[in-house]
Design a protein around this ligand. Structure first.
Ligand SMILES: C[S@@+](CC[C@H](N)C(=O)[O-])C[C@H]1O[C@@H](n2cnc3c(N)ncnc32)[C@H](O)[C@@H]1O
Length: 305
């Protein structure tokens, strides 16, 4: 069996067990739990498959993988392959017709994704279990979603009773997708505030709509010119007393192969000592990680001034 055949078999088995209709990561090679397959990631956005390749693979092996997937008996109407090994990501539709915009489901909610885009598709499924775990805290809450991207945390917050969400992201295009995500779930936009500013310069506005009962901090590790975790995470944490309500739940995230959970714990105890660690989230079951410290870190704190 060649390596990609193994990918096909894992995906086919997962598909055969899943009738939920939800978007799902089917194969997460990036987590290093399948040696030699670190370069392969397969995601199902029903009824389309998205295959991301972080290294070149032989065409014949790829065709074999496609054949296994398409024959597995699940409803697959199109396949996108994203080549991410070169300098520039290239995305091609290799089977069927795949729309530029597509609505997918997670946990009963709808989200727009862009499956053929040369970037992330628009929904970080590895945070699905965190969205779910936050549901009980959302009733009546004011929520601050920093680095909101397409506002998935906020859509889930309003669906579970939040009173208001404030989405901050410097990328106005992504916040526009976020607005469409709120609309796709019939949410009242009067409960939603969009702040398309660099967070490091938006404290006045952020304070204005607070204080907040739930705060999500999910920055990039290193986005040139806008955010470098080692330098800027502290600047956010120092401000917590300005915008968090006493007892607030603070979710601090970091997705870096180089900075481990201790980095975040140390930053917190140094710059936000009134925040007490409640729990560390395990990786999402569809995103197993062999080296947990290299993957996504999500820490759950309570602000106890
Ligand atoms: C990892 S994504 C956030 C994912 C999001 N929390 C989710 O679950 O869908 C990082 C986001 O940070 C935004 N960003 C980067 N630097 C920023 C800054 N200085 N201020 C505000 N947003 C920033 C980017 O535009 C990007 O959308």
């Amino acid at each position: 069996m060649n390596n990609l055949q193994l990918v096909g078999n894992v995906c086919a088995e997962k598909l055969s067990l899943d009738q939920s209709g939800n978007a799902r990561r089917l194969f997460h090679g990036r987590g290093h739990t399948y040696p030699g397959l670190e370069h392969v990631v397969v995601t199902y956005y029903p009824p389309f498959l998205h295959i991301a390749l972080y290294a070149e693979v032989e065409q014949s092996a790829l065709h074999h993988l496609l054949a296994v997937l398409v024959d597995c008996g699940h409803n697959i109407e199109g396949v996108v392959v994203q080549h991410r090994s070169g300098r520039n990501t290239q995305t091609e539709v290799v089977m069927g017709q795949v729309p530029a915009q597509h609505l997918v489901k997670e946990d009963g909610l709808s989200f727009w994704i862009a499956p053929t885009r040369n970037q992330n598709t628009g929904l970080f499924l590895d945070m699905g279990h965190v969205r779910q775990a936050l549901q009980p805290s959302m009733s009546g809450a004011k929520v601050l979603n920093l680095f909101a991207y397409t506002c998935a945390f906020s859509v889930s917050a309003l669906a579970h009773g939040a009173q208001r969400v404030v989405n901050n992201d410097m990328n106005a295009n992504m916040l526009n997708v976020g607005r469409r995500n709120h609309q796709a779930n019939n949410q009242d936009l009067r409960q939603v505030k969009m702040l398309s500013h660099n967070v490091l310069k938006a404290w006045k506005k952020i304070r204005m709509y607070g204080t907040y009962d739930v705060v999500i901090i999910d920055p990039p590790t290193n986005q040139r010119g806008s955010f470098v975790a080692e330098k800027h995470y502290a600047q956010i944490l120092k401000r917590i007393p300005e915008f968090a309500a006493p007892g607030a739940r603070i979710i601090a995230c970091l997705n870096s192969p180089f900075l481990n959970a201790d980095f975040l714990v140390n930053q917190m105890s140094r710059w936000a000592p009134a925040c007490k660690l409640q729990q560390t989230f395990a990786a999402h079951p569809d995103f197993p990680e062999a080296y947990t410290d290299r993957g996504l870190k999500v820490l759950d704190y309570q602000y106890q001034p």
